[in-house]
Design a protein around this ligand. Structure first.
Ligand code: NAD
Ligand code: USQ
Length: 406
């Protein structure tokens, strides 16, 4: 298949490109390298040393004999160039990962909120609109988020995208329908993913585009089978307070003996998936498109759920590093349960990497290996959801004043 990977220089995108190229697909990466520029803006760098995209592609060619191409394009800002490029490339499938994906960065200040909305909404809409205008029959695969559902505790399993509802009609009968599961965004970033869902529903219905939306949980881990093939193919690894996701943060904290930074009580339950499973799921989705006229196909791309304090305990038991409960910079429920259906991907052959098995390897072979690159001043999470929460977290100038646990 000829596949365009928008956002292919990023954390999920790069190993996805390697995986699909290795499987024999023709891959072109389209990226504006904005994620690398945000690293510079924040004064942070990936834990793992990342080469330029051009150098990564040269190494891949040497290792695998396969060629991947790179196109520098801003898909939110350069609509005409995006359309021209799509017209020439005419992909069988496109994978859309090109969005600003950090919830804390999206809540940092008014500038980052506005950037996140403008970038993410325009990126999605430009691709959809160009496909319609060019009359391309490209399968559109988007990386969405479990966060569109919110992390609600309604005592029922979250279905894969759609909910059966009964609407009482005026004549006393019940009108039965399936609707998109009610959205409940928890940050400006998550809000943009909810807007994406509506755009997908509209274009699938109006223009019969074939669209798959992968509602992914928090991704952890670094390596996949393909990134392991050469040191310079290594994936990026974010650990800072804005872009670092929770388990990867705990692992690097353990490596430098920094207390594990649990927000609030740590009673928040979230869905997780290893990066190797994430790329396998994307391949499964690419190989199983919906039919023309179908509503968007939605998969819950996650494999396990964990409470944050239980994750911290697992890492603490493995490393001997203590846990600290910090004031939560986010406006989120202190405690929630989360039950999620992920039947579709399992039925299509996904065999998950479980956290208990993969975590030790990650600690030893990644976090400890690159520990000398960690700037501990970048560990605290400093973007708060409201001004009030901002003053609360700012008052904890020294983490030794916060509550520590063994
Ligand atoms: P990332 O920030 O590492 O990668 C995104 C890539 O898109 C970057 O290389 C960036 O330069 C590029 N990009 C952003 N805006 C662009 C634009 N306008 N034009 C061209 N390129 C642009 O993020 P990631 O972790 O790889 O996430 C990829 C997708 O998966 C995102 O949509 C994210 O919402 C989703 N997702 C990620 C996770 C996770 O834990 N990392 C979990 C669930 C869903
Ligand atoms: N948390 C801590 N301590 C930390 C960091 C985070 O307790 O040091 C807590 C947060 O408060 C939150 C939970 O861990 O309750 C998850 O935070 P996270 O930063 O790991 O993940 P999140 O902000 O939800 O975002 C990540 C990705 C995003 C994706 C989302 C999937 O950055 O792109 O959409 O995971 S989901 O969480 O299912 O919505």
């Amino acid at each position: 298949m000829r596949i365009a990977v928008f956002g292919g220089d990023g954390f999920v995108g790069w190993p996805t490109c390697l995986h699909l190229s290795n499987a024999g697909h023709e891959i072109t990466i389209v990226d504006n390298l904005s994620r690398r520029r945000i690293d510079t803006e924040l004064g942070v760098q990936s834990l793992t040393p990342m080469d330029s995209i051009q150098e990564r592609l040269r190494i891949w060619k040497n290792v695998s004999g396969r060629t991947m191409r790179f196109e520098l394009l801003d898909i939110a800002e350069e609509y005409t160039r995006v359309k021209l490029w799509l017209d020439q490339y005419r992909p069988d499938a496109l994978i859309h990962l090109a969005q600003q994906r950090a919830a804390p960065y999206s809540m940092k200040n008014d500038r980052s909120k506005t950037y996140t909305v403008n970038n993410n909404v325009a990126a999605t809409h430009n691709l959809l609109s160009a496909l319609v205008e060019l009359e391309l029959d490209t399968h559109f695969v988007h990386l969405g988020t479990m966060g569109v559902y919110g992390y609600s505790d309604v005592g029922a399993t979250i279905p894969e995208g759609y909910l059966d509802v009964k609407i009482p009609a005026d004549d006393g009968t019940d009108f039965q329908r399936q609707i998109l599961y009610p959205t409940n965004p928890n940050s400006v970033y998550h809000l943009t993913k909810c807007l994406d869902q509506l755009m997908f529903a509209f274009y699938a219905s109006n223009d019969l585009l074939r669209i798959t939306d992968l509602h992914q949980g928090v991704v952890w881990g670094t390596h996949t089978d393909q990134t392991r093939r050469h040191e310079q193919l290594v994936n990026r690894f974010d650990y800072d307070g804005d872009y670092g996701t929770v388990l990867n943060r705990f692992l690097i904290q353990a490596a430098v003996k920094h207390p594990l930074t649990v927000h609030g009580t740590g009673g928040q339950t979230r869905a997780f998936i290893h990066i190797q499973d994430s790329v396998r799921c994307i391949e499964i989705a690419v190989n199983n498109p919906p039919a023309h006229g179908d509503r968007p196909k939605i998969f819950n791309q996650m494999t396990e759920t964990f409470r944050i304090r239980d994750l911290a305990k697992l890492v603490s038991d493995m490393s001997g590093v203590e846990i600290i409960n910090l004031p939560n910079p986010r406006k989120e429920a202190d405690e929630n349960d989360l039950k999620v259906s992920n039947k579709q991907l399992l039925e299509l052959g996904l065999e998950p990497v479980t956290l208990r098995v993969g975590m030790l390897e990650e600690l030893v072979h990644v976090a400890q290996k690159y520990a000398h690159r960690i700037d501990q001043s970048k560990i605290p999470a400093q973007s708060a959801w409201t001004h009030e929460l901002q003053s609360k977290i700012s008052s904890v100038v020294d983490i030794s004043t916060a509550k520590r646990k063994r």
